[in-house]
Design a protein around this ligand. Structure first.
Ligand SMILES: CC(C)(COP(=O)(O)OP(=O)(O)OC[C@H]1O[C@@H](n2cnc3c(N)ncnc32)[C@H](O)[C@@H]1OP(=O)(O)O)[C@@H](O)C(=O)NCCC(=O)NCCS
Length: 153
């Protein structure tokens, strides 16, 4: 029993002093990563920001904006070495609980059409595509659209 608990991932509110470790993952996980200021501003704005640790090691994080009855996912990342072990699903389910507790009825997000892991994760969770934002993301050559998805919580 104790062995199981020791190996359980721990989710906790992201703290400013964790941004260095978050950035180390962010820069490996994305071709166009968030900046340090994006995370600092998110914390300063009071967004719902979470870290996921396994035996103390930072393995993932997420940032979500909660406004009235709508939630908007701004970032979810699992460290490359820890991907494909269910932690993305775990972090998303944690966010669902937080959003519901806050009174959110729907969770929105944007994802690159070329992001197969992201789209796979969201589809598995029941998100539906509701639109497209033209030229939303920076890309290797110019800009890339965003697919807009929503889940009723
Ligand atoms: C997207 C991301 C968070 C998924 O995290 P993860 O811990 O690897 O995901 P999980 O192991 O929980 O996978 C859950 C489901 O997502 C889908 N999925 C995950 N990785 C996938 C991949 N490489 N290709 C296709 N589908 C994938 C699958 O449906 C998977 O279920 P399955 O393993 O039963 O097939 C992770 O790949 C990541 O951090 N990517 C880089 C950052 C990023 O793109 N974030 C999303 C921005 S919109």
């Amino acid at each position: 029993m104790s062995a199981v608990l020791q190996n359980a991932p721990v989710l906790a509110p992201m703290r400013p002093e964790e941004i260095d470790a978050v950035m180390a993952i962010e820069q490996r996980a994305y071709p166009f990563p968030w900046t340090r200021a994006n995370f600092a501003d998110s914390l300063a704005a009071g967004y719902s920001a979470w870290t996921c640790r396994m035996e103390g090691e930072l393995i993932g994080y997420a940032v979500m904006m909660l406004v009235l009855d709508e939630a908007h996912l701004l970032n979810i990342t699992v460290a490359p070495d820890w991907q494909r072990h269910g932690y993305g699903l775990l972090v998303m389910h944690h966010l669902f609980g937080v959003a519901r507790a806050h009174g959110a009825a729907r969770l929105f997000l944007e994802v690159r059409p070329t992001n197969a892991p992201g789209q796979g994760l969201y589809r598995k969770l029941g998100f539906e595509t509701i639109g497209r934002r033209r030229g939303y993301y920076p890309a290797g050559s110019g800009r890339e659209d965003a697919v807009v998805m929503v889940l009723t919580l």
